[in-house]
Design a protein around this ligand. Structure first.
Ligand code: HSE
Length: 346
């Protein structure tokens, strides 16, 4: 089995979420999954960077970051490398792209991923930008360079919605995917129903680590749009650009709308959907919908998300689980890494 030498590009909530799991489970991961690793580099635009070919004492590094907010306070290693130098010059053979998501340009993450793949390093991402904008090109580049790229955490965080569609439901004849795919907005709608005002609910979602760095992406629906485009393009064979599907967020939904819907037996939810049309093309959308209270999606509350695949041979298959947050998204990286560990032998 290979030894993974990991570099984190970005070390915010998601990166730290994974690092905490790695510290906690190192022994079990070795014994149960034959997974051996060291973390050799971290580069973050705000917190600084460090490279040490020996590998870090991850627990110590995490506590330093928590205390001072500065990776460069770690006593060992080479400091000051930017993200690209970290990717190309460090001894890492696995790059984790967990920097911030920019759904407009995908940068700088697309460049990070391309650089890593061209340097024959495996890549795992939770960053939605590169996958929503350039997944096919990046997968082709991975293949060309004989390395792996995984991105489960881009949709429903660590809840295996994407891999369910890609692997477990392969050949099932998926015609439709529909659900609640954004944790922040579902949390806000849930809290507003309990009486909290919109601003406070959004602030809480940010504090809990659910929201994007720029939460406009959540509340205007762009994050959900990115995810449904990723699903359509990877699971349903579509070729959608993220600007094509109609997209509306939750900013027009008032506390009165929520109360009124409830009295009528409905609940507002931000729904994302994609469906294969008769001519084979795929249609996608994001919009708030009033869901009858007896419908399963109406009872998905807080940061929990759900996705239903409609298939030819199984009918509807639904997966429900965390849609956002530090540990669930950190775990998504681990699931992908273990997947690569299963198939890569050197
Ligand atoms: N901001 C995203 C959400 C994070 O709230 O769902 C997970 O992709």
């Amino acid at each position: 089995m290979m030894e993974f030498r990991i570099a984190f590009i970005g070390f915010g909530v998601v990166g730290q979420g994974l690092a905490e799991i790695l510290v906690e489970q190192k022994q079990m991961l070795k014994e149960r999954y034959d997974f051996d690793f060291k973390v050799v580099a971290i580069s973050d635009t705000m917190k600084g960077s460090v490279f040490d070919a020996q590998g870090f004492d991850l627990e110590k590094l995490l506590s330093i970051v928590k205390e001072t907010g500065k990776i460069e306070d770690y006593p060992e290693g080479i400091k000051g490398w930017d993200s690209l130098k970290t990717i190309t010059d460090s001894t890492a053979n696995l790059i984790l792209e967990v920097a911030w998501t920019d759904l407009k340009t995908g940068e700088p993450a697309i460049t990070h991923v391309k650089t890593a793949l061209k340097n024959k390093k495996h890549v795992v991402l939770t960053n939605k930008g590169p996958i929503a904008l350039a997944v096919k090109e990046l997968l082709a580049l991975a293949e060309e360079n004989n390395v792996e790229m995984r991105f489960e955490g881009t949709v429903l965080s660590g809840t295996p919605a994407l891999n369910l569609g890609l692997y477990n439901l392969a050949g099932s004849g998926i015609t439709k995917a529909k659900g609640i795919v954004n944790g922040t907005t579902n949390y806000i709608l849930t809290e507003m129903e309990k009486g909290m005002d919109y601003e406070s609910a959004l602030k809480q979602a940010q504090e809990l680590g659910y929201a994007e760095a720029d939460p406009t992406a959540d509340v205007e629906g762009y994050d959900a749009l990115g995810k449904i485009v990723i699903l359509a393009n990877t699971v349903m064979g579509a070729n959608l650009s993220k600007d094509e599907p109609p997209c509306e967020g939750i900013t027009k939904i008032t506390a009165e709308d929520i109360t009124k819907a409830k009295a009528e037996g409905f609940r507002w939810k931000l729904i994302a959907g994609a469906e294969i049309r008769a001519d084979g093309s795929v249609e996608a959308y994001v919009r708030p919908e009033k869901i009858p209270l007896n419908h399963p999606l109406a009872n998905i509350m807080g940061p929990t998300n759900a996705l239903t695949y409609t298939t030819k041979y199984l009918g509807d298959v639904t997966i429900v689980g965390p849609g956002a947050g530090r540990t669930p998204t950190g775990y998504a990286l681990l699931a992908d890494i273990l997947d690569i560990n299963r198939i890569v032998k050197e």
